[in-house]
Write a protein that binds this ligand. Structure first.
Ligand SMILES: *Cc1c(COP(=O)(O)O)cnc(C)c1O
Length: 384
């Protein structure tokens, strides 16, 4: 059965991104690839083996269900870390599989110790501390009680890491807040160390922190968006532009291309309205092409009369509203567009390109959002 669109994932682009990131963090720092949000829309099962081919042996997920997917498709027995949601009811399975996880509150810590005792093994935990993100993490006031619990239960705990997350390292407007977080983290680190609590790895940096605040690169970095070939924001790229080598000013390569095809074409007369309502009236006699992609496939309604796609290597405009399953594009100026012709929604066609970032300009969507809204049932295929 033919699908309405396809996503291609470039292996060679992935290798370039990992090589660049390795050169940024150095050989001693482990790269954990963040695969939450179905690997930022690329598909966990597609990304994990490709990452492993590139030497990656550590993956981070938001939730336990994602961690189990990584567990099932890992071919290299890679380490897995849950950074967010893990119900106490699932602890037993997670512990038995050797999956590590963030602990940011006493309830989870107590349940973890109980479960580890019952199973007779050590739980692999990463203690998350509050430095200013104000979502999860142990408070400074918790530290004595926390340290005591960690020490008393060392037979049941493997202290894999001490971590935190920055509140907006991708924008200079958060500079003061991020600097303060770095200081707070160091304070926690020193306090635990002075009080005899040692962690295997200290890790704080996401993509933006890694690229903009080198001192946040510690024993491990947790990289999501950059591994998929996108800068966290335009600002992060601009900040780094000068310091990138002359022969590699564009070191991150987008992995995905998103392609569909023309479903049918139609002649429209001047003055006709196209699609629902009256948002677009044909200013001349026109030919439109229908493309079977709509907001139900992650193509935002905000792209009504705004979006651009590539057909025959040329940029053409969405006319009228984006509907659940289709868009109409203006192909009046192209020669003989046929049913079945390739339509590129993201990616290259001949010498033109539609980037993921360009969606942000018309919809305020961040790179992360477009990617993670791509439905899981669009077929993805790995290409060179
Ligand atoms: C999502 C996430 C990351 C990765 O962020 P990117 O900006 O995609 O690199 C790192 N750490 C935590 C805790 C996260 O939730």
């Amino acid at each position: 059965m033919q699908h309405t669109s396809y996503i291609e994932i470039s292996k060679s682009a992935y290798t370039k991104n990992i090589n660049f990131l390795r050169s940024e963090v150095g050989q001693k720092t482990e790269i954990s690839i963040v695969v939450k949000g179905n690997a930022y829309g690329h598909g966990i099962e597609n990304i994990v083996p490709v990452a492993e081919e590139n030497g990656i042996r550590h993956f981070s997920t938001f939730s336990a269900d994602e961690a189990l997917r990584v567990y099932s498709c890992s071919l290299q027995n890679s380490q897995i870390m849950i950074m967010g949601m893990l119900d106490n009811l699932d602890l037993e399975e997670i512990l038995l599989k050797g999956i590590s996880f963030f602990v940011f509150e006493f309830d989870r810590l107590e349940a973890t110790i109980q479960t580890a005792k019952k199973l007779g093994l050590k739980a692999k935990i990463h203690v998350e501390v509050e430095t200013g993100f104000h979502r999860t993490g142990f408070e400074w006031e918790d530290k004595e009680w926390l340290a005591q619990m960690l020490k008393e239960n060392e037979a049941f705990l493997e202290l894999k890491g001490m971590c935190t997350h920055y509140a907006g390292a991708e924008s200079i407007s958060n500079y003061v807040r991020v600097r303060k977080q770095i200081k707070e983290y160091k304070k926690f680190r020193k306090w635990f160390s002075d009080n005899g609590v040692k962690f295997e790895k200290y890790h704080t940096a996401c993509s933006a922190a890694t690229l903009s605040y080198p001192e946040t690169i510690m024993d491990m970095v947790r990289i999501g968006i950059a591994s998929y070939g996108l800068w966290p924001t335009m600002e992060t790229y601009m900040y780094r532009f000068q310091s990138l080598p002359e022969n590699n000013k564009n070191p991150l390569k987008r992995l995905i291309s998103w392609k569909s095809s023309v479903m049918n074409t139609k002649a429209v007369h001047m003055g006709d309205f196209i699609g629902y309502g009256s948002s677009y009236m044909a200013p001349r006699d026109m030919t439109i092409a229908l493309v079977p992609i709509g907001y139900g496939h992650g193509y935002s309604r905000l792209l009504s009369n705004q979006g651009k796609v590539l057909i025959h290597g040329k940029m053409v405009s969405v006319v009228g509203t984006v509907t659940m399953n289709s868009i109409a594009v203006d192909v009046t100026d192209l020669e003989s567009v046929q049913k079945g012709d390739e339509v590129v929604l993201v990616g290259f066609q001949k010498e033109n390109e539609i980037t993921v970032a360009s969606f942000g300009e018309s919809t305020q969507q961040v790179n992360y959002e477009l990617l993670t809204r791509l439905p899981q049932d669009i077929p993805r295929r790995i290409v060179e």
